[in-house]
Design a protein around this ligand. Structure first.
Ligand SMILES: [Zn+2]
Length: 270
């Protein structure tokens, strides 16, 4: 599943290829994604130029003068920029075709992704209530400390809440908690200010490391096969139940926390 680093890598991969390009037409082969692809897209987008390609949480925002395309890669989505004449494969559901003969092509076998269209991205229901970006100054120790007071939720779930911090997925929350020495099931309200400072640092470092790893895949966005922007990060605890902790060699433990798995070292994390 594409997480924030994969989405950021996709942004960096496609931005130089489509920024400044004018849209000739939109081809929707299957509108039944997570939400139906709106018919306004094919009506209002042609003739528009892509001004910027930004990211907010795990959403890609392609801004034009007439409106903004909001894209989400869901569970299995991937983007590439290819010749529009290249025959589409089975799961290539949407093409945004440009004047230069190239197109931005969304492939999404499981169809949990989204392609939406809005004139007001700031107030779009999917975007309006998002917490700060992990890399932004608004995400800091004092903020995390203040937001966590009196919260009995597990800190892992607290970090997965997009209204607290935008776009931190389960893998990265587990890895950041390991790096900070905090157990996933600990109540968020019991975090100290010092631990909050550590978590801010380790969340950023974990995501940054993954984005750097993704940098090696940037050229793949122009290939028509393979899965651009999916990459394997070396993980310390996630998915490693029973393995030796890389820090102290104690066996990594697994925990069913809510609906999702948590992994931690019982020795290094308190
Ligand atoms: Zn350990």
């Amino acid at each position: 599943m594409p997480e924030l680093p994969e989405v950021e890598t996709a942004r960096r991969g496609i931005a130089p290829l489509i920024t400044g390009q004018r849209v000739a037409r939109v081809v929707v082969r299957n509108p039944r994604l997570r939400w139906r692809v709106p018919t306004q897209l094919a009506r209002e987008l042609p003739g528009q130029k892509i001004n910027t390609v930004d990211r907010r949480a795990k959403y890609l925002l392609l801004a034009t003068d007439a409106g903004t395309i909001v894209m989400h890669l869901g569970m299995s989505g991937s983007l590439r920029v290819v010749d529009a004449s290249l025959p589409p494969q089975k799961h290539d559901h949407v093409d945004i075709v440009f004047d230069n003969g190239r197109c931005l092509r969304l492939r999404d076998p499981r169809r949990f992704g989204a392609v939406l269209w809005t004139s007001d991205p700031e107030h779009h229901p999917l975007l309006a209530n998002l917490g700060p970006e992990p890399s932004s100054d608004d995400f800091n120790a004092a903020y995390l400390f203040e937001r966590s007071r009196n919260r009995r939720r597990a800190v892992r779930d607290f970090l997965l809440d997009g209204q607290i911090v935008a776009g931190v997925g389960n893998i990265y929350a587990n890895e950041a908690l390991f790096a900070a020495g905090v157990r996933p099931a600990r109540h968020a309200g019991r975090l100290t200010l010092k631990q909050c400072a550590k978590l801010v640092k380790t969340i950023r470092a974990t995501l940054d490391r993954a984005i750097k790893a993704g940098g090696t895949t940037l050229r793949d966005f122009q290939n028509h096969d393979g899965l651009p922007g999916y990459f394997q990060l070396k993980l310390n605890v996630y998915g490693r139940k029973g393995d030796a902790c890389p820090r102290c060699t104690t066996k990594i433990k697994h925990l069913n926390l809510g609906q999702r798995s948590a992994f931690f070292c019982p020795e290094c994390q308190l």
